[in-house]
Design a protein around this ligand. Structure first.
Ligand code: ATP
Ligand SMILES: Nc1nc2c(ncn2[C@@H]2O[C@H](COP(=O)(O)O)[C@@H](O)[C@H]2O)c(=O)[nH]1
Length: 207
């Protein structure tokens, strides 16, 4: 892991950004807004997953959808910076996904769970860690149900995991920035504010 992770510091472009937080808190919603407003500044690290695509999701855009065998072979080959089992499926960030974004000198955005955060901390990627949090567990459940993507079983698993993720986020030094996603516009403004310095640097280089 150390050998390959050194590659990222050698390539050093803009500092990557890791966004984490309970399922349904609004990470994708916030990151999609960011990429829409700042085209040519951010690039999304497209993860691999063994979960099935949801309606509207596209292979190679939202995720690389693969079988467990393919994913496990890739992990065995050392193709992933990190990987984790989440709610019955495998998820992982490939080295290629991050390199693809960094080679374009874009700020690499990673949307990963708590296990991914812990594992990325062991590498030389050196991202900014941002935790997106719900105003309450009740509101989180309402959002997750409202999205209509989960079976009752999957929803319950995700809510259980959310409690553990919320506890982890309280650990000193776990995250650089904590944003409560209550009102979406307010949360988005806070996210932009946290990233302002990096955004300005990328804009300056590309102007
Ligand atoms: N501030 C907000 N107020 C109300 N609804 C919101 C807010 N932010 C996001 N949502 C809604 O909550 C649902 C979950 O959001 P989203 O899919 O972005 O979460 P996520 O954190 O990316 O989840 P996952 O980790 O499962 O991918 C969506 O239906 C989204 O429209
Ligand atoms: N450790 C990783 N976690 C990841 C990755 N890609 C996504 N995720 C996290 O999985 C859950 C569930 O996502 P969903 O799309 O099925 O709702 C969520 O917390 C994501 O942040 C990854 O590459 N590594």
């Amino acid at each position: 892991m150390r050998h390959f992770s050194r590659l990222f510091s050698v390539m050093a472009g803009p500092r990557p950004v890791v966004c984490s937080g309970p399922s349904g808190v609004g990470k994708s919603t916030l990151l999609k807004k960011l990429m829409k407003e700042y085209e040519g500044v951010f690039g999304f690290s497209i993860s691999h997953t063994t979960r099935k695509p949801r309606p509207g999701e596209q292979n190679g855009i939202d995720y690389h959808y693969v079988t467990r065998d393919v994913m496990q072979a890739g992990i065995g080959n050392g193709d992933f910076i990190e990987s984790a089992e989440f709610s019955g499926n495998l998820y992982g960030t490939s080295k290629a996904a991050v390199q693809e974004v960094q080679s374009k000198n874009l700020i690499c955005l990673l949307d990963i769970d708590m296990q991914g955060v812990k594992n990325i901390k062991k590498t030389d990627l050196n991202p900014m860690f941002i935790s997106i949090q719900p105003p309450s567990m009740e509101i989180l459940e309402k959002r997750l149900r409202g999205r209509k993507t989960e079976s009752e079983e999957s929803l319950q698993k995700r809510l259980q995991t959310a409690k553990i993720e919320m506890e982890f986020s309280k650990e000193p030094g776990a995250f650089d920035v904590i944003i409560i996603n209550d009102n979406l516009d307010d949360a988005y403004a806070k996210l932009k504010d946290a990233l302002k310095e990096e955004i300005d640097k990328v804009k300056k280089v590309s102007s």
